[in-house]
Every structure is written in structure tokens, then in C-alpha cells.
Design a binder for this molecule. Sequence first.
Ligand code: IMP
Length: 439
Amino acid sequence: MNLAVIGAQWGDEGKGKIVDLLTPHVSIVARYQGGHNAGHTVNVGDAQFILHLLPSGILHPGVRCVIGNGVVVDPDALFAEIETLATQGIEVGDRLLISDKAHVILPYHRELEVLAEARRGDQRIGTTSRGIGPSYEDKVARRGIRMADLGDTSDDGPLASAIRQNVSARNRAIGGTETDWRALHRHLRAAWARLDRWVGDASLFLTRAMEAGQCVLFEGAQGTLLDIDHGTYPFVSSSNSTVGGLCTGLGVGPRSIGAVLGIAKAYTTRVGEGPLPTEQHGAMGDQLRESGREYGASTGRPRRCGWYDAVAVRYAVRINGLDALAVTKIDVLDGLDEIPLCTGYRHAGEVLTEFPSNAATLAACEPVYEVLPGWSSPTAGVRRYEDLPPQAQAYLKRIEAVTGVPISIVSTGSDRADTILVAGGLIDRWQAECALASK
Ligand code: IMP
């Protein structure tokens, strides 16, 4: 009954809204990768919440939220987010558990990232400047500082020595104003005084909770095409946002995942550099961006917009073993006469129907479109599948046919209530099972 929610495109698919919608049926929401590069927007009535590091489940009183070992945590960003939520009436209290194995993002990670991006010139990735990549680099280089390490409060213990060594490497790499390791040590000790209550063994907590019959929602950040292994490398983030990252990023076995729901917009967006075959430049791209309010929730950057890429989503189905799809923002396509849907790529005189492994090949691909009729009556705010215009239903049916998985949720607006749950679909059945189990 545990459900994984995973981005099936380049991030920003609307996972925040879907997780928020499903949270009332679970006891725990767990994030397994990424950091505060994510921006999950949840609208409830007139209130808007933007979550970066905390699982979206935090908005629901009584729900426990887990930040797994696969997440990289910037303590200052975490405190800022907790404080913002408090001003909006959401208290985190003791509902948060951060894995003692999660790695810490330090201020110089941000500086290293900005420097690396500048050095890349026109090959830059377009990262979020949150220090995510350099923190994962330290993890893999086995010099990272983990949450549990912060508990060493001695003046000259292992934490002090690790900080001294890392800072001296940073000072050699960056030059300019040197980081004072003692100041950083003091800063981290002060952070620990606040973090201590939340840090523990997340794998053990989750395992015991699942054994006791509690239901967990696993919340992915970013999307399949930004995955460090399976995304459009090197134009990717630094973690495994695909389903495999869930097991390593939380310390749970694959059998704890009951089903996998992929989230994809009714069109495609991407923020940052890298290939995007269906990208629309000019008026059409602008129309999608303005109508979909496609500006980064973390950085405010305008998102690149294009048509639905069924080759990319079908790839996400394969990599994640998706059981069903949620299609979000269909209302953004309201009023268009025709809607192109990409079902293949033309490359070097051939038509490819599988997503290429190599970003350079993808960049050289021309999309092959099927053009479907648009609809004139709006889908915005529609809450029953049968009330969708027939052309919108046909568009969704075609997505199911070309991706090979059923659609279980259709989102028709930013509010929680603007959602269609497909009767008899995966999520409809899952909700019924959760309700039975909680009796
Ligand atoms: P990083 O994660 O900051 O290293 O950025 C690497 C790439 O992933 C850049 O293209 C970012 O724009 C993109 N990215 C990172 N996080 C998100 C997200 O939550 N949504 C969409 N794109 C993201």
C-alpha cells in the first residue's frame, strides 16, 4: 500500500500538489533524494505553500515526514523553511525525522558550484546554485559531513578535523576570501543545537512503521530526465530521482514499494540547459509559459516549454516501472485549435521510438508529431472525467496508448479540489485499500 510518486519529465511536473492530495491516506511522507533545489508548490484555497526540502506531507497535521539519507540538507535553508511555514500556521514540531546519514550542504558548496558553472562557460548546466552538486561530490569522495557527525560537540574531535581538512581544500580550490574553519565549526555546532531533536535512524523508523501497518508515501524530487544516471547527462541533477534512488535514499527494500505513480504535465517544461526536443520558441512557447505560470518555484527562472513528449514519458515508464500516470495542468492547453503530441524522434534519417542514451544524440533529434484536435470548452476546474470535453478525453486516451500505462489522476487547476480521480484506476483503488486498512 506504500506508494511512490515520481517525476516522469524534467521536474516541476506538479508532484507537490499530487503528494498533498494523497497525504490524507497515509501516516508518513518520505523524501529520498535531492535537496532544496526542489520547489513543490501547493495551493490550498487562497494560501500558497512552497516546499523545498520538507516533504509536502508536512502541511497535514499528524503526518510524520522523513528526510532520507539520500537527501542533502542545508541546515540554514531547512530552518528558513520551517520558519516560513510557522508564519503560515504550519508547525513542524516533532513530526520531522532527518536521517543521521543524510549529508550536509555547507556554505562553500554553493561557492564551489557557482565557480564550476562559471568555468563551464557555454557548457554550463544551469544549476540552481544551492550547493547540491558539490555536496554530493563530497559524499562520493568520502569526505562529506553527515548529520550524525554534527553531534560531535568537542573542540578538536573528528568533526573539527573534517571541517579543517575540507575547508583547506576549499580554500585551495577557490582562492579569494578564505573560509574560516573555526567560524564554520561554530556555525555547525549552533545548527546542531536545533537539529538534534529531528535526527535519527530513518531506515529503522520506516521499517518499524511499515511493519506496524502504517502507510508511506515516497516523494520524489526533480524528475526522471534529471536523474544522474538515467537523465540527459551531463545536464542533470546529482541524485537518483528515479525509483531506484528510493531504496538507497531511505534504506528500505524494493518490496516496500507497492505501486509507482508517475507525474507528467500535459505538455513539457525544463529549467536550465540541456536538450528538450519538443521545445517551442517564440509565441507558442511564451503562451504555454504564461498560461502555465512556468517560472521556477526555487529560482524564479522562466521555464522552457514545449509539447508533450511521449518518447520521454515512455522512457520514464520503463526506468521506474510506472504503474499509472497523473497528468497535470491539462487546463493550460484549453483553447488551442490543435495539439501536437511527440511520438518519435527523427535522427540521421531514421525514426527513433526509444529515448537515446546520449544527450548529444537527443539534441540532434527532430520530434515526430501526431496532431490532435484541441478543445474549445474549458477543462479548467473540471472534477469529473465525463465532464471533460471529448477532445480532451481523446488526448488523454492517446497519451495512455503511446506511453502504455493508464492515467489515474487528471489535474485541472492548481487547487486541491481541481482534480479528477479516474474511477477504478490505481489511485482510486489505492485510496479504498488505505481506507479499509485504517479501520
Ligand atoms: P542542480 O540540481 O541545482 O545541480 O541543477 C541541475 C539541473 O537540474 C539544472 O538544470 C536545474 O535547473 C535542474 N533542477 C534541479 N532541481 C530541479 C527541480 O526541482 N525542478 C526542475 N529542475 C530542477
